[in-house]
Design a protein around this ligand. Sequence first.
Ligand code: ADP
Length: 449
Amino acid sequence: MVQNVAKTSFIALENIGKSYLQPNGQTISIIENINCQLQVGEIIALLGPSGSGKSTLMRMIAGLIPPSSGKVLYYNRPLVGLNPGVAIVFQNFALYPWLTVLENVELGLKAKGEPKDTRLQKALRMIDVIGLDGFENAYPKELSGGMRQRVGFARALAVEPELLCMDEPFSALDVLTAENLRFELLDLWLERRIPTKSILIVTHGIEEAVTLADRVIVLGRNPGRIRADLPIALPHYRDRKSPEFQALVDQVYKILTNPDLPDAPSQTTTTTSTLEPKVSSQPKYQSLPHVRIGSMAGLLELLEGRQEKDLYRLAQELLLEVDDLLPIVDASKLMELVTVTEGDIQLSSLGEKFINCNIDERKAIVRDLLQQNIRLVQQIFQLLQAKRNHRISEELVLDILENYFTSKEAQRQLRTAMDWGRYAELFSYDEPSGEIFIEETTSETEDLE
Ligand code: ADP
């Protein structure tokens, strides 16, 4: 590929799983069955929706947290503690405000036990390479976001890591600064001005992944798992308008918008050629995308009479990030208001009907759809029906959800189901008592008034 280095694997993930013990004593699996190898000379993008375990996986590779099952191998040996070959650039820069640029950059070297004089020399060199010359004695608060992230890069690169890990490094920056920094980093990598052997970038941006990476690993969630491992063979610098680039972006869109596609065959550290495609590990519980019915209605209205059905181009046209658009698409799909085939989105007949209805009719459609398609809403409704006073505690629902989701995610799932159920006037929620109840008592009271 770009760097003339033979492809050898130096980090391998073998059957990695990660689970967390919940406050209720349940163990929740957030990542399962991850097998892959990181090769020398490649930029790898870990791409997936939020909550698919990208950061967790990166942290396990860095040795910041151990896997619950399986092994991270570093030069074929199981990793114990911090990975000595890894440095990380964080999304929020993670600089010490009371230290100067130089002192911040020196920090990693200091932690590695680098002697004082070579430490200074290496830090100054990296400050120069990263374009921070003249800012050595500035404090982070005196710098713009882009310059702060340069400090983040310089600090990580000064230790000459074999693997540079970056966790959404450009997402806190404005669009132009992010674009500039992305290309400067690529320059440094392609011109081999940084000693790094490989780069792993965590991102939720499809274009960012296809622009930078030689390989895109697409993760799915619930549980986090590898859905695809795609080589990106286009030469740098890539033309985002070229048909080849757009075809790759489309391909990734198709994978992300089609959870029913089988996952990638598992790549093991021994051999890949004899493997049968892995049976898709289906999510264990239907997971609700966290969007409002109003957003779905907005999408449906936009689709009416529109020629452009391609999701990627639609997102571009609407200036929407994939992370903003996909949950709305997923939710509309769950509700059968749209169909998505091969990356093209289309209103379903119900979707057509929905947009031509008044608000009460829309509520009635959503009520039917929720009862037919949304498991959590069905469960809540059944629990409410089973109680004579038609009231249940939210704790009961959370207990069920915490068998499948972390407590934070369980809360979000419940909130989304409540939002949808309230819109459809299926049930309501009493904030102070944390009780969910069927609306009829309220409407009866209103009728009497
Ligand atoms: P991503 O980076 O793809 O957004 P994360 O790796 O941050 O995903 O998280 C994946 C899932 O693991 C999320 O549901 C998150 O809530 C959960 N998770 C992450 N860290 C912890 C933790 N320390 N305890 C419990 N759950 C966690």
